[in-house]
Design a protein around this ligand. Structure first.
Ligand code: AGP
Length: 610
């Protein structure tokens, strides 16, 4: 949700800002802008649309500056256009601000500023901050103090960076609810929403915490608390290479990430799966394992794809650990006055680790005394740091907005947690061994499924013009149906719904005619016979059926129009395998519709607003 990058040093910052914004574009891509000081003149350049358009404008102007900030936007207040793009400025354009988050009391602040004579050029909440800071600067207060005083008046969330041409040696940064990192270089320093923007220049970073505020100069930085006390911050070394966040020869990040799944799922279980013992070890849960195993109830909370993973987790934990599980959208959980106690454990699943709803739910759970645990991909992300303990999924950077490899890695980690807690709850060694062996085979089975890419591309050609899709599955594959439908919606803009297959007869069956493609997720598991009946019901009404089922299952061929056959695994792991063809189907349909697969309209990778 909006990308922020800033530089102060001895180099020309323009290419650094543009490259940084390109790497951050997955966070928002409806408009972009940079602010810098070229030959002592403050300059702001903004464009509607992608960073490449901004780059063209900037290249025409041949600018040079040793300090600058840049922003790529995901609109919250005001439509995507040049006026609403960041940086926002004060009236005489000496001050620039870029912001990620939402200023909740912006209207009241704006009304006061209008009374004082301030004129607004945009519809954004951020512009209010520019004028408010300006009002303090006009009283002779320095930039740092003016920003602090402004933030004291603000309700809401922010990750922000501010520059002032009359104090051209520094960038001021502050965080509350939206991530920010400071990159430490030699004779140069950086600010960014996440490390991908600055990884090409430094691997040493400081994570700002909520309420922290930083003055960043080329050769030093100062971090202060909300009470204006200087804070000693730990410098973290990032263990990720720039190659890991490039496309690696694939036309889209999404395809690269789909194809990486043999390796990413292997990485998720590396060093954690104890095959011989039929168990798992997860260092992040060591300190709290007794409390977790003795929980009266486990809750899992998340949003979007991560919420689908949570649903699979519910089936896993209940089947093997026999602990009651509830799954809840983070956005609903936080506002419904949930009943929680110290006997509850609650997992928060988030790829980005920055999702505002999930983070707020985590804080709510902590405040009510529950054991709050994180399952995140991004190391050092806010949810990872705010959790009392947790597990990283180690899927590697996921850049495509549609989550793919993070989903399968989340399922692998949920399976490992299932093994760990079920063993403590008396899981039979032979069952533990069966799960461990099956998990170990998952990466090679995914590799086999990926060989169906061409076959699935042909299916995409046949179905790409359908305006609606239905995805049906039962048991462990009901969440896979939801996820398949979400993938298609997100990137192809085709209306798709996922349902438990048995629910079809309670309503959605009215939609079925010869124009309705229905994707059945039908591995030969304990629900298979039942799902065959649902297939018959669709067939009787002329629906066009695609079925995902096991290799060697010939009986289904005559009931459906197309089958995608995948290797068998144990029931609890089937959604890891069935989701792969669904990802490929969505991907190829979107490509055939010539859509922007990696940056679909209206979406953002990291949803840091409520
Ligand atoms: C997935 O394809 C989506 N882009 C979206 O639903 C995402 O899963 C959701 O916003 C949650 O994100 P998180 O896992 O980073 O918390």
């Amino acid at each position: 949700m909006c990308g922020i990058v800033g530089y102060v040093g001895n180099k020309n910052c323009v290419p650094i800002l543009i490259q940084g914004l390109k790497r951050l574009e997955y966070r928002g891509y409806d408009s972009a802008g940079i602010g810098l000081i070229h030959e002592d003149e403050p300059i702001v350049i903004k464009t509607k649309g992608k960073v490449s358009l901004l780059e063209e404008r900037v290249n025409e102007l041949v600018l040079e500056s040793e300090i600058g900030i840049g922003h790529t936007r995901w609109a919250t207040h005001g439509i995507p256009n040049e006026q609403n793009a960041h940086p926002h400025t004060n009236a005489n354009k000496t001050l620039f601000i870029i912001h990620n988050g939402i200023i909740e009391n912006f209207q009241a602040l704006k009304n006061n500023l209008i009374i004082l004579g301030y004129k607004f050029e945009s519809d954004t909440d951020t512009e209010v901050l520019a004028h408010l800071i300006d009002s303090y600067l006009n009283k002779g207060i320095n930039l740092s103090k003016s920003v602090q005083m402004t933030l004291n008046e603000v309700n809401g969330t922010y990750g922000l960076a501010v520059m002032y041409s009359k104090e051209p040696d520094k960038i001021i940064a502050a965080r509350k609810g939206s991530p920010l990192v400071i990159g430490i270089g030699a004779g140069e320093n950086f600010i960014a929403s996440d490390v991908s923007a600055i990884l090409a220049y430094t691997k040493n970073v400081i994570y700002l915490e909520d309420g922290e505020f930083a003055e960043i100069y080329k050769d030093r930085y100062v971090v202060k608390s909300i009470l204006d006390k200087e804070i000693e911050k730990e410098i973290h070394e990032i263990n990720m290479s720039i190659d890991e966040i490039d496309k690696g020869g694939y036309p889209h990040f999404m395809l690269k990430e789909i194809m990486e799944q043999p390796e990413s799922t292997r990485n998720s279980m590396r060093g954690r799966l104890l095959i011989e013992e039929g168990s798992a070890k997860l260092g992040g849960l060591n300190d709290i394992i007794d409390r977790l195993v003795n929980s009266k109830r486990i809750l899992i909370s998340a949003c979007g794809t991560s919420w689908h993973a949570a649903l699979v987790g519910e089936y896993m934990f209940e089947q093997y650990a026999r602990i009651p599980v509830e799954v809840e959208y983070a956005s609903e959980f936080r506002y419904r006055n949930p009943i929680l106690s110290g006997e509850d454990s609650i997992f928060f699943i988030s790829q980005s680790g920055e999702t505002a709803d999930t983070l707020a739910a985590l804080k709510e759970a902590k405040s009510r005394g529950a054991l709050a645990l994180g399952i995140c991909n991004v190391v050092g992300s806010t949810i990872a740091r705010e959790s009392m303990s947790g597990v990283y999924i180690h899927a590697g950077p996921e850049i495509g907005v549609a989550s793919t490899k993070a989903f399968t890695a989340q399922l692998v980690v949920l399976a490992l947690i299932t093994l760990l807690i079920s063993k403590r709850k008396g899981l039979k060694p032979s069952d533990g061994k069966k799960i461990a062996d099956a998990l170990n085979e998952i990466p090679s089975k995914i590799a086999q499924i990926l060989k169906l890419n061409d076959e699935i591309e042909q299916l995409a050609e046949e179905f790409k013009d359908s305006p609606n899709f239905l995805y049906l599955g039962r048991g462990y594959n009901f969440p896979a149906a939801l996820e398949g439908a979400l993938k298609l919606k997100e990137i192809s803009y085709i209306h798709a719904e996922g349902y438990p297959a048995a629910e079809m007869k309670h309503g959605p069956i009215a939609l079925i005619d010869e124009n309705m493609p229905v994707v059945f997720i039908a591995p030969k598991d304990s629900t298979y016979e039942k799902i065959l009946s649902n297939i018959q019901e669709v067939r009787a009404r002329g629906g066009r059926i695609i079925a995902i089922t096991d290799e060697g299952n010939g009986e289904i061929d005559k009931l459906v129009d197309h089958t995608i056959k995948i290797p068998r695994t144990i029931e609890m792991l089937t959604p890891i395998l069935t989701s792969i063809p669904l990802q490929l189907l969505a991907y190829h349909i979107a490509v055939k519709k010539a859509l922007d697969v990696d940056q679909p309209r209206n979406l953002a990778k990291s949803v840091t607003v409520e």
